[in-house]
Design a protein around this ligand. Sequence first.
Ligand code: MTE
Length: 346
Amino acid sequence: MLIKKPDDIKSSEITPEHVYRNRRQFMKDSSHFILGAAATGLGAAALAQNGDALKARAPASLQRSAPAPWWEQKFANIKPAPDSEPYFTGETLTPYRDVTNYNNFYEFGMDKSDPSRRSGEYKVDPWSIEVTGEAGKPGTYHLEDILKPLDLEERVYRLRCVEAWSMVVPWIGFSLGDMLKRFEPTSNAKYVEFETMVDPETMPGVTSRFAIVDWPYREGLRIDEAMNPLAFIAVGLYGSYLPAQNGAPLRLVVPWKYGFKSIKSIVRINFRETQPDTTWVDLQANEYGFYANVNPNVHHPRWRQDMERRLPQTLFSRQYIETRLFNGYAEQVAHMYDGMDLSVHY
Ligand code: MTE
């Protein structure tokens, strides 16, 4: 995000070549999830038995295998997204192939295709999360124990990147607040900070001499933002397990903020009294703010923020649409910023 001007972006990055090459295959695949699970011959019995009711399923041929057996049970019962905002949008879903091949995950490299191409060695089981700071129940938790009492649900959200592209993604997961409450944040917990896994063995971007990030990738939210019902932890998408490139095994999704707030592959949660330092603010504070609320009225030096390119796109058809304040979620979140000058607290 930091170092590329729009003019520098190669067309292969705008729509990776293999997305073009696979488009014919995709057309076949997409008819699968339109027709529903029955037509796909989903032998994957372990995956959502209620799959027909989900808004969308990954094409059977592309579904991930479970990271560990206990995941299968978890995914067997997913509450489908409702038919109305804010947990659903009537907009066309971004195809699975684009959601999983056009990614920002600098731990695997800086090209949009790097995360899917270079994450083959990455492992998500076993996975634990360290909970520290202003919490009644700090400790190191195995992911299975964190997920056990939480019911999975599907939510279809818009994702708007500060680079002015956007997607519509059917996530699987649970509300962030429901997870955080279990760690019993104290009254001093005004902010929550998150950190991403750093594994030089399996994340080639971490050791790259072109790396610009001071690892680990860090992000944070004000505690009321974290507890807003819209804030979500995704453990899957398109009815299937989260691919490495999208932040497996669990990542944040904050649909009213620019995508860089939605930190991937979380290994640490820290409750704190003061606003945390975050990766992009540290890198370039005049371009990236702590709040990072989607806002068409706040200028960015390199990307227009009043319009966005909705993926997928081809060289011949670029879908430009108007960007909405808080990415269209103002009704649910605007009250949290009453009295704040959003051009100062960008
Ligand atoms: N999290 C980590 N750890 N590393 C990253 O490079 N990129 C962010 C965010 N989370 C990033 C990250 C950015 S800039 C965006 S736009 C979203 O992830 C992209 O999510 P997606 O690849 O699933 O679309």
